[in-house]
Ligand binder design. Structure first.
Ligand code: HEM
Length: 450
């Protein structure tokens, strides 16, 4: 990755993302939204989108601006566009939250809020898609990791389109018979395209490269990886296209989801096989904290999948949907996100600060930018709090859930402090910290030669 272009605004994405995660966890600890309020209540919609757009989507966008050029060995189409995209998505999310708070009666009603939210979120994600899409287009035909990302980007386009239809529906627009049906029956398509396609499928694609890179494992491009891609893409296409067609013809989406579920399960089973191979075949004997915690996040994905299959078989999916979405959102996606952030911030900071002076003067290693023993306890506390919170949702114990959410907030805040210390080079021995020619990195953006 030496010589890779650094993404100028990726750290701003990360900083906004962490702020939204801490905000959502604080709201949960205060009893705002589910499980104190109903699953489809406006308060729960605020929480869900602080996490889904504010934390997970901004984290993913920031990571993709840095890693798509690495995946395809081509420079990013524009290193300037990510900033207006970020501002548009954040402003759109604030408007969406304001709209939901109006629905809840906490703010005076004003239907333009939802129209403004739709426009800003639409523009923001289109700028992201344009920039990453143009970058991928320069590397045709795409390698396997990049193909996962391409399908992930198509999935976020679908997620945002469904989301905008729902949002315009709250503004009293989107009233054609088809759009009314889509609003009535399309929510599972929105959720699966967002959590399954955009966030999970993209993470699967990027993790193939990142796990291999950070653990020095042989990269996989064999039949199981290709079939993970084909079956996953098929499952997502069946959900999005099959779902919309079924709704257009006045049918339900249950059959479509069942078919997609089989293909999706097969894809995840092959991915599990690949991940075990990557960990077993690694050259680096000692697993770094980020890879170790990524393994814990992967175990949460496996648990969520098995529990979802069991609930579906026992007809308990509706009852435990909240707990399952929480486990996917906080155990798998957020757990993986925090684990990878711990490595990416150190790596990007090392590259930016010491890359220009490498070989000319003594420099620290990437590992010297972090203190793993100190961070490890906070990651374990994070995952323990996720597990207890999930059990509280299953057992319907809202007060205990709030206590677990408070511990989640403490662990996340401590991990965020570790990231800031890394970025500020606080952990590096003073003698090695800023050799001649090296520059103190800025917290929120990266110096990039234009
Ligand atoms: C990017 C990833 C996204 C994910 C993972 C996501 C996830 C979800 C989930 C889980 C729900 C159901 C919440 C519940 O019932 O408690 C939901 C509902 C909703 N989402 Fe999203 N969302 C995303 C993006 C968006 C965007 C960009 C918009 C707006 C432009 C949006 C607008 C909505 C609306 C209005 C609802 C409520 C639908 C209803 O209850 O009828 N979402 N979303």
């Amino acid at each position: 990755m030496i010589g890779a272009t650094l993404s100028r605004w990726t750290l701003s994405y990360f900083a906004c993302a962490i702020a939204f995660l801490l905000g959502a966890e604080a709201l949960m600890a205060l009893g705002f939204g589910y499980p104190g309020a109903a699953q489809r209540s406006p308060e729960t919609l605020v929480l869900v989108h602080c996490v889904a757009i504010g934390w997970l989507s901004l984290l993913m966008c920031g990571a993709l601006f840095q890693f798509v050029p690495v995946l395809v060995a081509k420079p990013i189409h524009s290193n300037a566009l990510p900033l207006p995209a970020l501002l548009s998505i954040v402003a759109g999310l604030v408007a969406l939250i304001a709209g939901f708070l109006q629905l809840a009666g906490d703010l005076p009603p004003n239907s333009t809020t939802f129209v403004v939210a739709s426009a800003l979120l639409g523009i923001g994600f289109v700028l992201v898609l344009w920039n990453l899409g143009r970058t991928l287009a320069t590397a045709w035909p795409l390698n396997i990791s990049a193909r996962f990302v391409a399908v992930g980007l198509a999935s976020v386009a679908a997620t945002v389109t469904f989301g905008i239809v729902f949002t315009l529906g709250f503004a009293g627009l989107a009233q054609t018979p088809f759009l009314i049906d889509l609003r009535a029956h399309g929510l599972p398509l929105h959720i699966i395209a967002g959590l399954g396609g955009w966030l999970t499928f993209t993470a699967i694609g990027v993790s193939h490269r990142l796990l291999a890179m950070f653990m020095l494992s042989p990269e996989l491009d064999g039949a199981s990886t290709r079939w993970t891609f084909h079956l996953g893409t098929l499952a997502l296409a069946v959900v999005v296209v099959g779902g919309v067609v079924a709704i257009a013809f006045g049918g339900g989406v249950d059959a479509v989801l069942a078919i997609a579920g089989v293909a999706g399960l097969a894809s995840l089973a092959l991915y599990a096989r690949d991940v075990l191979h990557l960990y077993r075949k690694r050259v680096r004997p000692v697993i770094e904290l980020n890879s170790r915690m990524a393994a814990v996040a992967l175990e949460h994905l496996a648990a969520a999948v098995l529990l979802t299959v069991a609930c579906a078989a026992l007809g308990l999916l509706d009852r435990f949907a909240g707990a399952l979405v929480f486990l996917v959102g906080f155990g798998w996606l957020s757990g993986l996100g925090l684990a990878k952030l711990y490595k990416i911030v150190a790596f990007v900071t090392w590259l930016e600060c010491y890359g220009p002076v490498l070989g000319k003067t003594p420099t620290p290693r990437v590992q010297d930018l972090v203190v793993e023993p100190r961070a490890r306890k906070w990651f374990w506390l994070y995952f323990a709090a996720v597990d207890v919170a999930t059990l509280c949702l299953v057992a319907e114990l809202p007060l205990a859930f709030r206590a677990a959410a408070a511990v989640l907030w403490i662990a996340t805040a401590a991990i965020a402090v570790e990231l800031v210390r890394t970025r500020r080079l606080v952990n590096v021995n003073a003698a090695l910290r800023l050799p001649t020619g090296a520059r103190q990195p800025r917290l929120l953006f990266t110096f990039v030669a234009s």
